[in-house]
Design a protein around this ligand. Structure first.
Ligand code: ZN
Length: 83
């Protein structure tokens, strides 16, 4: 049996590269929001219907804020402010 060499995948030119995508600024940075566990309304934006914390890719938060959100949500869960 002859192994077929896999063809090099050509870049799909219809899809923009990550470097070409418009830079999306973190909403929390823009508004200079201090993430706190006492703001269930704010935290709820970062929680799915099933109570999971939304990942950075879908939430659009920067690393710093994502960390704060995660901590705040975990605290809020203990305080029963959110699920
Ligand atoms: Zn941010």
């Amino acid at each position: 049996m002859v192994k077929k060499k896999r063809e090099k995948t050509k870049r799909d030119s219809t899809r923009p590269r990550m470097s070409e995508m418009p830079k999306r600024k973190c909403k929390l940075c823009e508004d200079q929001v201090q993430v706190d566990y006492k703001q269930p309304e704010l935290l709820r934006r970062f929680i799915t219907e099933r109570g999971k914390i939304v990942g950075r890719h879908s939430s659009g938060a920067c690393a710093k804020h994502q960390r704060e959100i995660t901590r705040a949500i975990k605290r809020a869960r203990i305080m029963l402010l959110v699920r």
